[in-house]
Design a protein around this ligand. Structure first.
Ligand code: TXA
Ligand code: MG
Length: 330
């Protein structure tokens, strides 16, 4: 038996490593995750060590069944069921009151836990086979580009994790959308457009993790960044040729001449396609060791909000990040 090219021995190996306190990188429909048993504080501590996060940022707990959901939360409010029915399994994360079994390190001491039921068949098989909820952030070192292919994980984390399960490129290409209820509030733009959630919850308040004060966990402005500096440009055609020669361009629909390298997110102007291509294109441009990457924003609606959020954060200068890191660890 094979699920999307992953054989059952690999699924079994991943599940048994996770049960024994291992750390496994696996595909989800959004980005690759770096998973550990959410009930095992030591195993989860290894995730923070491998990612080199400057602080204990709370992690998303992944479940594969209703039973598992109920084991990780204290209660599921009525309003959460409406979202669960519509969007699970899938790329929506809901913050709920936490059950005691969840290790404190998973939630950074909060009394809430962020939960999602992924749709990717490999993720579901691994979690189901392991039989325990899996805490998993994106499988990249802290602050770097999220991985949308197993080779991205290999390049960034090879030798530091127990197993990397290759399930091919991810479908959505950006992380899950995060919401909290009471009142319905958006914490992170992601693969489910906010507009679709609002069809169920009514207008969402915005309390974006990316806007928070730099000392709050998980809120550093700079994130998702390649090692090459990223600059947002409105009109690449007006950038001097001299600058284009040494730079790469991440364009939305159409290439612009004169750049050392160009990646187009979606010629059709399709935001789903653009989101799926985003991190892969940035990984490719980063590999070329150019002086800079010029990036064009996309239309702000629906998935465009998630794409532009990642691009804006990638473009915050590393200097700013260094200052924040320093302050965080003080
Ligand atoms: O698509 C995704 O969500 C991917 C895949 C692997 O599932 N995971 C992911 O995890 O993006 P991570 O750790 O990179 O992002 C988790 C975010 C953090 O920004 C964290 O601050 C927020 O979720 N978070 C986690 N628990 C929370 C809580 N109890 N309350 C508020 N925010 C929380
Ligand atoms: Mg991440």
């Amino acid at each position: 038996v094979s699920i999307r090219g992953v054989d059952s021995e690999t699924i079994d190996a991943a599940a048994s490593l996770l049960r024994r306190g291992g750390v496994v990188a696996f595909p989800t429909e959004t980005v690759y995750g770096l998973g550990a048993n959410a009930l095992d504080a030591l195993a989860v501590a290894r995730i923070f060590e491998i990612k080199a996060r400057p602080s204990f940022d709370p992690l998303i707990v992944h479940v594969s069944s209703d039973g598992m959901l109920h084991s990780v939360v204290e209660a599921v409010p009525e309003k959460a069921y409406d979202l669960i029915e519509r969007f699970w399994p899938g790329p929506l994360t809901i913050v709920l009151p936490k059950a005691d079994v969840i290790a404190g390190i998973v939630t950074a001491g909060l009394d809430t836990v962020a939960v999602r039921m992924p749709e990717h068949p490999v993720a579901r098989a691994i979690i189901g086979e392991a039989g325990v909820p899996i805490a998993a952030p994106s499988a990249n070192p802290f602050g770097y580009l999220s991985p949308t292919r197993a080779e991205h994980v290999r390049r960034m984390l090879d030798g530091r994790v127990d197993l990397i399960v290759d399930g091919g490129p991810t479908a959505h290409g950006v992380e899950s959308t995060i919401v909290v209820l009471d009142p319905p509030t958006l914490l992170r733009y992601g693969a489910v457009p906010a507009e679709e959630i609002e069809e169920i919850t009514g207008p969402l308040e915005r309390n974006l993790l990316s806007d928070r004060a730099p000392l709050a966990p998980g809120s550093l402005a700079q994130h998702y960044a390649p090692q090459t500096p990223v600059r947002i440009v409105r009109d690449p055609g007006s950038v001097p040729y001299e600058e284009r020669r040494r730079a790469g361009l991440l364009a939305f629909r159409r290439p612009v001449e004169g750049y050392a390298a160009v990646r187009v997110l979606s010629e059709r102007g399709d935001l789903r396609e653009a989101a799926a291509q985003l991190f892969g294109a940035l990984h490719e441009l980063e590999q070329l060791s150019l002086e800079r990457i010029d990036a064009q924003l996309v239309p702000e609606a629906r998935l465009g909000a998630a794409i532009n959020d990642r691009l804006r954060r990638a473009s915050v200068p590393r200097e700013a990040q260094r200052v924040s890191n320093h302050e965080e660890t003080r």
